[in-house]
Design a protein around this ligand. Structure first.
Ligand code: HOZ
Length: 430
């Protein structure tokens, strides 16, 4: 049994001071039972909690720690930058360098604006789409999560799906009415919405690979089909690549599927783990952003020098080490094959979804291709699996409705530890 005394007492104190004891809901372990672990440090593939327990880590800060924790190059860049003062609220060369790299790496981005989180990026991108088209409505997909902006808390995935409140109170009826939703992977449903709301849709926003209902892949032709609908109806096509950007490939999901959006939102990884986000795309649209254009968006910490210096090292490393992606694929394949062997050993045909270094094991034998099918997963069983994995030294996302993310710090030996933990955990819970 894990010793969790310090985590327990910190959580008891936190609950008095912070709503639910956490600063982001999924962290509370509500969906899986038990108390959250308070993390003290992490290095490479390993996480250490306040009680001194050590875990192999498969969350990786929900994506950005693709090079593993406490990468020394990033650490050095942050320390050197901090010595010159953490914030100016004025332009720096670091933000220009990061912008240049993003534009170089992401095929559809011609101009980019830095913000402080993925939520800010998606909120700003739809404001821009509305300003550019002069239309109010947007289409999003059930189970996709684009941060906690009001417009996106409709049929949302991630924490809201985990807590069972996909439509949050506090979102006004007016805002909710402007957000139309369709099932993921269903082109007919989108076509129907567009026909019913002719000339009213400003944007279609999608996670080109969903990571917030667990990992769910687009069906063949789906992203292309949405592109066509957008072209036919003057709708801005937005890829939310906060999770997939620089993770599935240097150029993200748009490079992998060769489908180009008009706007892209980015987060997390472009700050090497520091708080950051960005939105970018076609120049003709981006020039509508203030001060060049009329669509207002601003922020004192936008392009913050520490986030930019960490992000530059991260992106530059990914840009100059293309082999990272095939290495991550090899490790992912090893883990997925291992899990599948384990599943046959325990006589189950549960669904594994994966692409590159993103993966999910769903506790259902159904194909998982949208939010409805994701919800057929046995979430009680998932909760037991989560706790068994912890006991076996592997820290996975405390929700069925989140993807797992691998890092380059996971070598074959660590992958085999994960596979072994998976078998022991399945044997324990079934
Ligand atoms: N909703 C976030 C991932 N999809 C989790 C954020 C966090 O708890 O850090």
């Amino acid at each position: 049994m894990l010793i969790k005394e310090k985590s327990k007492s910190l959580f008891a104190k936190a609950k008095k001071l912070i709503p639910g004891g956490v600063n982001s809901p999924v962290r509370a372990f509500k969906a899986v039972g038990g108390d959250p672990l308070f993390i003290k440090s992490a290095k490479g593939a390993y996480l250490y909690d306040e009680d001194g327990n050590k875990y192999v880590e498969l969350i990786n800060s929900w994506g950005p720690m693709i090079l593993g924790h406490a990468n020394e190059e990033i650490e050095h860049a942050v320390i050197e930058t901090i010595k010159k003062s953490p914030s100016f609220g004025a332009p720096t060369d670091a933000e220009v360098n990061v912008a240049e790299l993003i534009i170089d790496m992401v095929p559809s981005i011609e101009q980019v604006r830095m913000v402080n989180s993925g939520t800010e990026a998606t909120m700003s991108a739809i404001r821009l789409a509305r300003g550019f088209t002069g239309r109010d409505k947007i289409i999003k997909f059930e189970g996709c999560y684009h941060g906690h902006g009001d417009s996106f808390l409709i049929a949302a995935g991630s924490g809201v799906a985990t807590m069972g409140t996909p439509d949050s109170p506090g979102v006004t009826k007016g805002t909710a009415a402007d957000t139309l939703t369709a099932p993921y992977n269903n082109l007919d449903a989108v076509e129907e919405l567009v026909q019913k709301n002719k000339d009213q849709i400003a944007a279609i926003i999608i996670e080109p690979v969903a990571g917030n209902m667990g990992c769910v892949l687009p069906k063949k032709g789906y992203l292309e089909g949405l592109r066509k609908i957008c072209d036919n109806h003057g709708i801005i096509y937005i890829f939310d690549e906060v999770m997939t950007g620089f993770r599935l490939a240097k150029g993200g999901a748009q490079e992998v599927f060769n489908v180009m959006p008009d706007l892209t939102t980015l987060g997390k990884i472009i700050g090497g783990g520091m708080p950051v986000g960005a939105y970018g795309g076609k120049k003709e649209i981006m020039k509508y952003v203030s001060p060049e254009g009329p669509v207002y968006q601003a922020g004192t910490l936008s392009g913050n020098p520490i986030a930019m210096s960490a992000g530059f090292v991260m992106l530059n490393h990914l840009n100059t080490h293309g082999e990272i992606y095939s290495n991550l694929d090899d490790i992912a394949t090893r883990i997925i094959n291992g899990f599948n062997v384990n599943l046959s050993k325990v006589g189950k045909n549960y669904t594994m979804n994966s692409i590159g270094s993103m993966l999910s094991l769903f506790f259902t034998e159904n194909e998982v291709s949208d939010f409805e099918s994701a919800k057929t997963s046995d979430t009680d069983l998932f909760g037991r699996y989560f706790n068994a994995m912890l006991e076996n030294g592997v820290y996975i996302a405390p929700s069925q409705f989140e993807s797992l993310f691998l890092s380059t710090s996971i070598d074959e030996r660590i992958a085999d530890l994960i596979i072994e933990a998976n078998l022991k955990s399945l044997e324990r819970i079934l």
